[in-house]
Design a protein around this ligand. Structure first.
Ligand code: MV4
Length: 506
């Protein structure tokens, strides 16, 4: 069963659409772009072989309109649809519609998406497959009394989570028995308004875990392999900022055990395509299944850098029905990779998106540097979408070399016209606890916010976030004054790069 793919519609925008187009072109496959009003001049539109307008700027009127995308697929005579990440990537109905239209969906089955989308169903499935899960319930809790009962069984603190959730919404930490009733009601109503599904379940709360996830690949023939892990603990508000591969806390033995668990997890839901098993890793080196992401992830390049594989090409081959063609023993890891997400955001303004025209942009290059970009000089970062401009990835023979190259690449990276997360990434790359590898998921809030010990979730968050913003802003203003940089050539607005570099270095 192998269906040749000759033309792929990319139902996405920005850097990931560009990334998929690149893989298509390397495989001599035609790439069809779709775009909204705001994206008429976007990079993915320029790079594609054909591009079709699908509606107004808001994603709900364009990139999320399933019928429009299917219509373009038919009109352009595409064989397959690649959803990228976000938008329709984990929408089971869309995957079904694509297949019903006689097209290949470059992703898993709708069934696997549904199981993994329901967090209690996923926990049940994992527990049956003997993949370690955090102690707690495998079904939603009927009421606050049941919550209290389970909590006293697993021991406080516990965490209430939305069954339909993921990514941090509808979660509550409960530290004592007398908090549980109100926390249950709060979590349930938050889940109801966020997902239209108020079901809540409970887990023992893991203090300061690391987030370590395993990349897997599964084909249509029952072959599943893992491609090692990514360390994703450096995040703020459930948004990853820096990722790396491998994680400096795993050894070969633990990597093999966690990788085996990841493979079992994928097999247990009949998975095919590229996928990610997220684990929490605690102080005692226990690991627990957290969630499965049934898509290509933002941070996939760090895995590509250490395995030499092209995950998008693998996805295309898998969708076409080809067998993986290699087994676990054939997967070799080489060196270390770090990724910094370059967001258009303003650290002085609570990291709010910094929108506008990118007047001038000089991307870094040189040994061990890869920049997966979605924009060009003169392109506009609009208010409508995620403000990720690019992903800067460096590779080194070891972690120190990868970090040194990242620091070098970050200082080469010039963006004028919008504020970016580049200075913040520079601060992290120089932080002793990042450099030593001693960090957990609370790194950003702990190191850049006041040390008042409050937890991350709940009402304190906003106040603490403005503190981190203020600190980061101060740091980078101090830092920027110490540099002498030059830029070649003229910017889009006609100002010479030399003059610009002198007057508004970042
Ligand atoms: C947890 C946890 C501690 N204990 N569950 C946050 C996002 C959601 N996907 C799951 N999350 C967490 N679940 C238990 N039982 C801590 C977090 C958590 C977290 C997890 C992964 C990466 C970053 C995080 C940041 C804060 C909290």
């Amino acid at each position: 069963m192998s269906a040749a793919i000759t033309k792929v519609l990319i139902a996405n925008r920005g850097e990931i659409a560009v990334r998929v187009i690149r893989a298509c072109h390397e495989l001599d496959i035609k790439a069809v772009a779709v775009f909204s009003d705001a994206d008429r001049l976007a990079l993915h539109v320029r790079m594609a072989d054909e591009a079709y307008h699908i509606g107004p700027s808001p994603s709900k009127d364009s990139y999320l309109v399933q019928e429009k995308i299917l219509e373009v697929a038919a009109k352009s005579d595409a064989d397959a649809i690649h959803p990228g990440y976000g938008f329709l990537a984990e929408n089971a109905e869309f995957a079904e519609k694509v297949e019903r239209a006689g097209l290949l969906f470059i992703g898993p089955t709708a069934d696997a998406m549904r199981v993994m989308g329901d967090k209690t169903a996923a926990r049940q499935r994992m527990s049956e497959a003997k993949v370690p899960i955090v102690p707690g319930t495998e079904t939603p809790l009927p009421d606050a009394r049941a919550a209290a009962k389970t909590a006293s069984k697993v021991g406080f603190p516990v965490m209430l989570k939305a069954a339909a959730g993921g990514g941090g919404k509808g979660m509550r930490i409960v530290r004592t028995e007398d908090e549980i009733e109100s926390a249950f009601r709060a979590a349930s109503s938050e889940a109801e308004s966020a997902f239209g599904d108020g079901r809540v379940y409970l887990e023992k709360y893991i203090e300061a875990p690391r987030h370590i996830e395993f990349q897997i690949l599964a084909d249509h023939h029952g072959n599943v392999v893992h491609l090692g892990e990514r360390e994703c603990s450096i995040q703020r508000r459930h948004q990853k900022v820096i990722e790396e591969a491998p994680s400096c806390v795993l050894d070969d033995e633990l990597r093999a055990r966690m990788g085996e668990a990841a493979v079992k997890a994928a097999a247990a839901c009949g998975y095919r395509n590229a996928g990610t098993i997220e684990f929490m890793f605690d102080k005692n080196r226990n690991f627990y299944f957290l969630e499965m992401n049934t898509r290509l992830q933002v941070e996939h390049p760090v895995t590509e850098m250490i395995t030499g594989l092209d995950l998008v090409k693998e996805q295309l081959r898998i969708a076409a029905g080809e067998p993986l063609g290699y087994s676990q023993e054939d997967i070799r890891f080489n060196g270390h990779a770090v990724e910094c997400r370059i967001y258009a955001e303003d650290p002085a303004n609570n990291f709010l998106p910094s929108t506008g025209v990118i007047q001038c942009m000089t991307q870094p290059s040189g040994p061990g540097v890869r920049d997966d970009n979605g924009y060009y000089s003169g392109a506009e970062v609009s208010i409508y979408y995620d403000p990720l401009i690019s992903k800067l990835v460096t590779w080194g023979r070891d972690r120190n070399e990868a970090i040194a190259r990242m620091k070098r690449a970050l200082r080469e990276y010039l963006v004028h016209g919008v504020d970016t997360s580049i200075p913040f990434c520079e601060i992290v790359m120089n932080h002793p606890d990042f450099v030593s590898g001693e960090f957990d998921t609370h790194f950003i809030e702990n190191k850049f916010l006041s040390a008042n010990g409050a937890d991350t979730l709940g009402d304190e968050t906003d106040q603490r976030e403005s503190e981190v913003a203020a600190l980061a802003a101060t740091l980078f203003h101090v830092q920027s004054g110490t540099r002498v940089v030059s830029v070649d050539g003229k910017c889009q607005d006609g100002m010479s790069g030399w003059k610009r570099a002198g007057r508004n270095r970042r």
